[in-house]
Ligand binder design. Structure first.
Ligand code: FAD
Length: 459
């Protein structure tokens, strides 16, 4: 038999049930087509941000190398993912196609279209769970409902689930002769990439996970919110592209044990939580999950200042500049910049989510859109009208101002805590090239609370 493993968000050899399923389906004498399609649909949806394309190029190069070491190779095609998969299946005489279950509306339609198209040609589609998620969406639900809208009860059930075993990487992969492949995409041909974009690929993911388990995770509970410490795993792009298995990450963290590892596992559960919301409510990628009838302000000037890191609030600006420079941002910084755009500037969360997707190397429909909705209070936050104060946040999570000084060079010479509020300096000490605050925080908070019909009072 000949089978096809369609790689999507699972660009790895280790612990990959899709690849394992395809190999088992082919058996000792059979062959497998390991296929990746550079999908037009992803491009048309504006999801092909340069940072992610560059990272993807690394991932595909590494996957191809890994397959070659095992006697195979990666087959790459360009075009519509369903048409190209059917074409490759036809050329190689494939009996069954293996695919990972995924959650976005696009991924769900892709799966349906593929099933129909393959069936019309007498081929089967086998869909594998627990490839991109740890606990498959829909497998834990509150009674009578299709998903959890609150994290804590979800987490309780999530933790009680039995996880599947981690699969080793295959020893050998036989690819049928004569299956054509387009050239692998190259990172160097991708333009407008962030200067400090991390490298992609499974080997890099595994190296990072091992280093994180040895040196980082123990301190995670205590330091994860510390902005300058950079004390989080930075595994998010690897989890997004699937160069790392989330099941394996959870298992390794549990084996390590301790408070840090537990807190890290909890964050991985947040990832699953948003995925099960999106799987049940794919429209939440663009429509309010819970609506408050917000009439967001259209303010391009303010939105641009936010995008470019010129709001005059140093911690916000530092974070927005980190995003462009690294294609990544710290979670605490994401929360406070998203809260600033939506609640302080009262600009639509979709404007900010789009900008994040344009730059984030881990830009992910479920995690990005639903975290944005969380920050805007249109999502699953049970306290949707609370407003984060960027000054309080800065003093708490960047007490010495090191994060701000690193990313906002105009403020590098400002001593002490004034670095978070340069407008409080005497006129002659204020850095000339740094803007004043674009909005008054108290007035902005009142505006937001009035708009939401919420009680005004101290934050
Ligand atoms: P760690 O702190 O080491 O956490 C480990 C892993 O847990 C992460 O890699 C991630 O997969 C998961 N995780 C952590 N926090 C969250 C969370 N709040 N929600 C869901 N999963 C989480 N994450 C993305 O992967 N892609 C996105 O596009 C994305 N957009 C976001 C937008 C906003 C407005 C906010 C507030 C958060 C967003 N996050 C997103 C979640 C989180 O900020 C990142 O996953 C995290 O900062 C990545 O860094 P890390 O790998 O070092 O995380």
């Amino acid at each position: 038999p000949v089978t096809l493993a369609l790689f999507t968000a699972d660009l790895r050899l280790h612990d990959n049930p899709v690849l394992r399923g395809a190999l088992d389906g082919a058996g000792q004498q059979g062959a497998v087509v390991p296929l990746f399609v550079l999908d037009d649909g992803v491009r048309k949806a504006g999801f092909d941000a340069p940072n992610r394309l560059a990272f993807l190029a690394d991932c595909l190069g590494d996957l191809d190398e890994g397959l070659r070491e095992r006697g195979g190779r990666l087959v790459v095609r360009t075009g519509d993912v369903v048409e190209e998969t059917c074409r490759a299946a036809h050329e190689a005489g494939v009996d069954e196609v293996h695919l990972a279950a995924d959650v976005s509306g696009y991924a769900q339609r892709r799966e349906d279209r593929l099933r129909h198209a393959l069936r019309a040609e007498g081929r089967r589609l086998r869909v594998h769970d627990a490839v991109t998620a740890v606990v498959p969406p829909g497998s834990v639900t509150p009674q009578g409902k299709d998903h959890f809208a609150v994290f804590t009860p979800y987490f309780r059930q999530w933790q009680a689930q039995r996880l599947r075993n981690v699969l080793g990487s295959p020893r050998g992969v036989t690819v049928p002769d004569g299956v054509k492949s387009a050239p692998l995409p190259s990172r160097s041909r991708t333009r407008s990439v962030s200067p400090e974009l991390p490298g992609g690929g499974e080997r890099e993911a595994r190296r990072r996970l091992t280093a994180w388990m040895r040196r980082g995770v123990d301190a995670y509970e205590d330091r994860h919110d510390d902005l300058p410490a950079d004390a989080t795993s930075r595994l998010s792009p690897h989890l997004h592209f699937g160069t790392l298995s989330a099941v394996e990450a959870v298992r390794r963290a549990r084996a390590r044990g301790g408070r840090g590892a537990e807190a890290f596992v909890r964050q991985l559960a947040w990832r699953d939580f948003h995925r099960q919301v999106l799987a049940a409510r794919p429209r939440a990628a663009h429509a309010d999950y819970r609506t408050h009838g917000d009439r967001w302000r259209r303010d391009e000037r303010a939105a641009d200042a936010w995008r470019e890191g010129r709001t005059g609030y140093p911690v916000v600006d530092a974070a927005m500049r980190q995003l462009r420079h690294e294609g990544w941002m710290h979670n605490r910084a994401r929360l406070l910049t998203a809260g600033f755009l939506t609640k302080t500037l009262y600009v639509d969360w979709r404007v900010g989510a789009r900008h994040f997707l344009d730059w984030l190397v881990d830009g992910d429909v479920a995690n990005n859109q639903l975290n944005w909705q969380w920050a805007a209070g249109t999502g699953t936050d049970t306290r949707p009208n609370r407003v984060l104060n960027p000054l309080t946040q800065a003093r708490r999570f960047d007490p010495e101002g090191a994060f701000v000084r690193r990313w906002v060079p105009e403020l590098a010479d400002v001593a002490g805590r004034a670095v978070h509020a340069p407008w409080t300096l005497a006129e002659e000490d204020r850095p000339r090239d740094y803007p004043g605050p674009i909005v008054d925080l108290d007035a902005a908070r009142d505006r937001f609370r009035r708009a939401r019909g919420a009680r005004t009072g101290p934050a």
